[in-house]
Design a protein around this ligand. Structure first.
Ligand SMILES: C[S+](C)CC[C@H](N)C(=O)O
Ligand SMILES: N[C@@H](CCS)C(=O)O
Ligand SMILES: [Zn+2]
Length: 325
């Protein structure tokens, strides 16, 4: 593992050093009319409207995404059980999240073949794995505070079965998203090793101050844990304000040789109690075009958008990265 070039490294190379990720998944579901005000958040649509999930994936492919992130961010077995589903049904829904993205990717790719000059890359499917904080559905992916009873083994137990089930659906990648503290990063790395997970992962942290994880750990400390793990070819930050991204890329590059992944949100701030986005200095699609060029220059290898970004954001990023070298 890790010595030969994996699908992520190949994509980055094919894309000339920097590939494009998709944008806010839940955001686009809502834009298409989904009501996701629920503890399962976007994963509610796995039950209620799988066709809409596929539609969002297709919109991001059309916008130029080289990587699709699945609808499983807040999909968990206990979360589905609390909706009255069985374990078997819950596991099938997790697999469905990967299947929907693979179907969208394959349909789009087949359709492109009529034009040999289409200019798209065949996209990779990354199975989203949200943090324990995302499962809590109280916004704690931005605080990193889980309480003193949440120790390393509890986090490993929380992640274990979902990880196994998602991996069994054979996505190209695993995307650990908005991880808010060092303990959870440690749990994930230990789990990937114990389970001998062969699918490469990226691990992305959230940050609310632009210098630390929400729990207050430095990226240096976090990367010391991740650097040892060959199962993790890429690290980065997501769902963080675009303001901080350039500085964070430089910070990450100081401490790792791994590929760097950045997919910020629009700069708005999530109010975990009210369950809504609070206005803040917000970045439009035009600013993402210029910022993406800067982030690539600073060393980012995968760039996309997170919450409150849309297919138009990804179109702007894709246009910038694929046409301006
Ligand atoms: C990335 S946050 C906006 C996702 C939603 C959050 N976990 C909640 O359920 O409140
Ligand atoms: N992949 C998730 C991340 C939320 S932070 C989404 O885009 O909805
Ligand atoms: Zn987000």
């Amino acid at each position: 593992m890790g010595v030969t070039k994996g699908p992520l490294e190949e994509l980055i190379e094919r894309a000339g050093g920097c590939a494009v990720i998709d944008g806010g998944f839940a955001t686009q579901l809502e834009a298409l009319g989904a009501d996701i005000n629920d503890p399962l958040w976007s994963a509610l649509c796995l039950i209620s409207n799988p066709d809409l999930i596929k539609k969002v994936h297709l919109q991001y492919l059309e916008a130029g995404a080289d990587v699709l992130i699945t609808s499983s961010y807040q999909a968990t077995i206990p979360g589905f059980l609390s909706k009255g589903l069985s374990i078997d049904e819950a596991e099938k829904l997790l697999q469905r999240s990967v299947k929907l993205a693979i179907e969208a990717r394959d349909d789009f790719w087949t359709q492109l073949q009529i034009n040999p000059k289409h200019g798209f890359n065949r996209a990779l499917v990354a199975a989203s794995i949200g943090s324990y904080g995302a499962y809590l559905a109280d916004g704690s992916e931005y605080s990193g505070v889980y309480g003193s009873d949440i120790v390393l083994d509890k986090l490993k137990d929380f992640h274990r079965r979902r990880l196994q089930v998602l991996a069994s659906a054979q996505p190209d990648l695993l995307a650990f998203e908005a991880i808010p503290n060092k303990l959870e990063a440690q749990a994930i790395v230990e789990l990937l090793n114990e389970e001998k997970v062969e699918i490469p992962s990226w691990i992305c942290f959230s940050s609310v101050d632009g210098s630390h994880t929400p729990s207050g750990h430095s990226f240096k400390e976090c990367l010391e844990i991740l650097n040892c793990c060959e199962r993790v070819p890429a690290v980065g930050v997501n769902c963080t304000s675009p303001h901080f991204i350039n500085k964070l890329i430089h910070e990450l590059r100081k401490f790792t040789k791994k590929a760097i992944v950045v997919y910020p949100n629009s700069g708005e701030i999530w109010d975990g109690r009210a369950k809504k986005w609070m206005p803040s200095e917000c970045f439009g699609d035009g600013s993402f075009e210029a910022l993406a060029l800067k982030w690539r220059e600073s060393g980012a290898n995968l760039i996309g958008g997170c919450c409150r970004t849309s297919p138009n954001t990804i179109r702007a990023i894709s246009k910038a990265l694929k046409h301006k070298r």
